[in-house]
Design a protein around this ligand. Structure first.
Ligand code: SF4
Length: 357
């Protein structure tokens, strides 16, 4: 699962990076995921984890410099958990990267909370001093029961410990949360979505990360959760329930974080802003959506998905939906589809939702 030594790419590049790193230099320090068991994650399944030799990584950095010159301002270390490297090795990589790309101002990476918890604050500080600016950590949920169900391999306490260590070191921390992770499950005889929203807010409040990034659960083929969905064990929440869950989390948040919704899977990408000052504004957006009728919610979602897939008419954001001309145009299209084949608009919505990555 990697590319190397072709004309366009004379160094190895892994499959993913956060949306915020779309313009970054990508340097692959390990292959795939050393955990690889999360039920919702199809990315590295069937691909074994491998550490790369430091020599090869340094050579890749040199090849990247030769290919692109010193054009990058940001760099991202791949794949799923770069902190699995020994600290002296990672220091060598970051130092070489900064020497060869002096214009790079920000170096970031994904990291697992469990791995971070094994690093001392002093080691993290050394990494920060060498140039590691931010870690992207998948919290997914703060609800322990759901963490076990999803085989995340960590507890909420571990996430708190890892988050606080990162903050103490001065490295910027981005925690990822998955809206809808509990679907319609009832675990421990409780409504999982409520526990997920409240417990996640509790963990976020304890850590107060620099960034909270939300993405919405997609159930993709190749993930164990896809099998559970096929067998009827797991059911996705509907759009309105997803927003209800996000609203509950927002209401319980008491942080100073930047709340970011930059993923196409999210129903309301407008829910983004700085806490605490934007909290009420973000809550108001969720409430405004929930006050819409089912047909209006459907019209809005179709318009945002159309935007993503380059179809017309479409909505750039929630504000666009209140342009009555645009809304009427979308409604005419939906009505036409229904007149031709009842149920077809809902099927298309499902299909487009499933195509999101
Ligand atoms: S979610 Fe992250 S830690 Fe879990 S299997 Fe996927 S890449 Fe690995």
């Amino acid at each position: 699962m990697y590319q190397r030594n072709n004309r366009n790419n004379p160094y190895e590049v892994g499959p993913i990076r956060p949306p915020s790193e779309s313009n970054s230099l990508l340097i692959r320090v390990s292959r795939n995921c050393p955990w690889n068991k999360c039920e919702f994650c199809p990315i590295y399944k069937r691909h074994p984890f491998e550490k790369r030799s430091i020599e090869d990584i340094l050579k890749d950095i040199d090849a990247a410099k030769e290919t692109h010159g010193d054009v990058f301002r940001t760099a991202f270390l791949q794949d799923a958990n770069s902190l699995v490297l020994k600290t002296p090795d990672l220091l060598k990589v970051i130092t070489h990267l900064k020497n060869r790309f002096p214009a790079v101002e920000r170096v970031t990476s994904y990291a697992r909370a469990r791995t971070v918890a094994r690093k001392t604050v002093d080691e993290l500080k050394q990494l920060k001093e060498a140039g590691l600016s931010r870690l992207h950590v998948g919290l997914e949920t703060g609800y322990d029961t759901l963490l076990v169900y999803m085989k995340k391999g960590m507890t909420a306490d571990m996430a708190v410990d890892a988050g606080l260590r990162i903050k103490q070191s001065g490295i910027s921390l981005c925690f990822y949360v998955i809206i809808g992770l509990g679907g319609q499950l009832r675990l421990e005889n409780k409504e999982t979505w409520k526990e997920h929203a409240c417990e996640t807010a509790r963990v976020l409040n304890q850590v107060d990360p620099d960034y909270i990034r939300v993405r919405t659960l997609t159930i993709r083929e190749g993930s164990p959760l896809f099998e559970k969905k096929q067998e009827g064990e797991f059911k996705r929440s509907c759009d309105a329930d997803l927003v209800k869950e996000e609203l509950l989390m927002l209401e319980h948040l008491d942080v100073t974080s930047q709340f970011v919704s930059d993923h196409s899977t999210n129903i309301l990408m407008d829910i983004r802003g700085k806490f605490p000052e934007d909290k009420e504004k973000l809550i108001a957006i969720a409430k405004r959506y929930l006050a819409l009728s089912e047909d209006e919610q459907m019209n809005f979602r179709m318009g945002t998905l159309f935007r993503f897939f380059g179809y017309s008419p479409n909505y750039r954001n929630f504000k666009d939906f209140f342009d009555l001309e645009k809304r009427a145009e979308m409604q005419t299209l939906l009505d036409k589809m229904e007149a031709e084949e009842p149920g077809s608009s809902r099927n298309l919505l499902l299909h487009l939702n499933n195509m999101l990555v």
